[in-house]
Design a protein around this ligand. Sequence first.
Ligand code: BES
Ligand code: ZN
Ligand code: ZN
Length: 503
Amino acid sequence: MAFNLLNKDIDTLTCPALVVFSKASSQKDKLAKVTHNELNKQLVDSISEKTITGKHQEAITFREFNISGYRHLIVVGLGKENEITHESVRQSVASALEAIKALNVKEAALHFDGITTAKKDAADFAKAVAEGLVLTSYVFDELKSTTKAKKSEDELNVHVVTKLAADKAVKAAFHEGSVLANVVNFSRRLGDMPGNLMTPTILADSAVAAAKGITNLKVTVWDKARIKKEKMGGLLGVAAGSDQEPRFIIMEYKGAAASKKPVCFVGKGLTFDCGGISIKPGAGMEEMKYDMCGGANVIGTLLAIAQLKLKVNAVGLVASTENLINGSATKPGDVHTARNGKTFEVNNTDAEGRLILADALSYATELAPQVICDAATLTGAMVVALGNTHTGYFTRNSALKTKIEKAAVQSGEWVWNMPLTDFHLKDMKGVYADLSNISSGKGAGSATAAAFLEQFVGEGIPWAHFDIAGTGWAVGNRLPYAPKKGASGAMIRTFVEVAKQYV
Ligand code: BES
Ligand code: ZN
Ligand code: ZN
């Protein structure tokens, strides 16, 4: 599928399909309006019969409409004028693309100027349209054996037609949206690949391959011997039960003066989590291939920051391993030492994410960054607390909290600030070692996990932990531009917005 911004008058084009928009009235009993003047007149009957209501995401297809240069017509609802946001546009565009696909055409034109004529919104909405199109185009079917007879949707070309296509801000925003969404799709694929085809080695190799040719982006991968030398006892302890070697992935982007401290992103890259000796129940265990989504999304974040050439220095760190059960696996009660010298008892081998993040956060601390944000599918408790709507985040730094809230408004991703206190930490004290990897108290499992992580972040470094256990995959019931069951790419767009605030 291909998309482009086209500087043309929509009425002078010839194309098999045309997408125009409709808006619902804010006043009760008032009719909708199609935001293309001529078509608004022609569709008067459909409007008065309420076939077209302007409702958000409504998509009405008129086959063989045959108006000027177009054969088919699709009218997509934007909702009420005062309720249109970049997120609602992203969702409306998802409906538009589904309707286009159902027509089996090779080309379609989208009447962008029908969304807004206000120049101040145009750039924002152009970004949302690019994101909506690219994100909705994602399919994961590479593991099916049926030879892919070239599907017509593979050849589909969507022109986003606007008189503002030459406007610098609109052009840049459309480009940014398409870079971000392509990166999200890249990370989604890493998540969707099954554990046997997305091992720590393959994950690291994928990061190296993706970064190739991107200016100022360097990837370094540490193997097991190096990880041992670097005293990453948490990562090694989890990897002990697996025949696959662990990897520690370091992505460094230089977009500012060498003296400028980096912004740092850290990800949990558990390519399969069976729980270890504290084994998980069988039902649904296959979903634990997604336990590397934090890592995949940090890789995506660095790819996006570099491709957008942000004027920051950024580092992405991904600790990657499997959590399995061979004869050398870590046993409940075992004690390991993290890179920063702190010791912990492993009282439940299924609470492994925090152990590999301990080393990654210790290493991040050594870089003396301006900020650390980590993403991890860390706790089932987060799914209980927030379901798949909001990503819960933890920070004790109020300035960083403000930055995160702002970033999420810009990205359209929902986040929710969760509590993190000394009481949570108290529950994580060890009996024999400094810390225990599970709480001695009841409840608040996501917060106690965050309190554990905090022990590996240097004093004074602004840090936030994002638990994407609920939002990392299977959000398609809520977001029409995300796959029903697959990986979502959660927090990539928000992390890029956070990074922008350090430019
Ligand atoms: N990867 C899981 C967390 C998870 C569970 C993510 C369900 C998404 C959906 C993590 O490694 C884990 O198993 N955590 C345990 C911790 C517990 C033993 C303290 C959990 O949440 O049950
Ligand atoms: Zn686990
Ligand atoms: Zn896990």
